[in-house]
Design a protein around this ligand. Structure first.
Ligand code: ZN
Length: 140
């Protein structure tokens, strides 16, 4: 079944159900659809209603939005973990990470911001970084 929003020549809008789009075209050409308000048979299709998704499409949509939520939750958990257990060093990150790397006594977990260039430089020095997608908490 498909639901169409219909509009007559007098701009009255109403809804009607059809078994498919062909049925609508057939009934329209035979002038078997009339405006529920004024009775004119000059009808045009307005916007198609969005609730014509198949069952499968609906399920897919629900599933993907659930997956997305799950990923987001996981990323938020990771962010919380980092914030609780790591020291934030902001833009000093590459300097701080070198201090830790070259001075083994300084053993602490840090997090902060690096540019792509800095990441490359550190990599050349043998310092591998883990990048975490930083989820904005306000969105939730
Ligand atoms: Zn009408």
């Amino acid at each position: 079944m498909i639901k169409y929003n219909l509009k007559c020549k007098n701009k009255h809008e109403f809804e009607s159900w059809f078994s498919d789009s062909k049925e609508f075209e057939k009934l329209k050409s035979k002038k078997m659809i009339e405006c529920t308000l004024c009775g004119t048979k000059v009808i045009e299709k307005s916007i198609m209603s969005p609730n014509v998704l198949s069952k499968e499409e609906k399920e897919n949509r629900i599933k993907s939005s659930k997956n997305l939520r799950k990923i987001k939750e996981d990323l938020l958990k990771m962010r919380d973990f980092v914030e609780k257990n790591f020291e934030y060093v902001g833009n000093d990150f590459s300097r701080e990470v070198r201090n830790i790397y070259y001075d083994k006594r300084k053993n602490k977990n840090i997090y902060g911001k690096v540019t792509e260039e800095e990441t490359e430089e550190l990599k050349e020095e043998g310092i591998e970084l883990t990048a975490i997608p930083w989820i904005d908490k306000r969105e939730n």
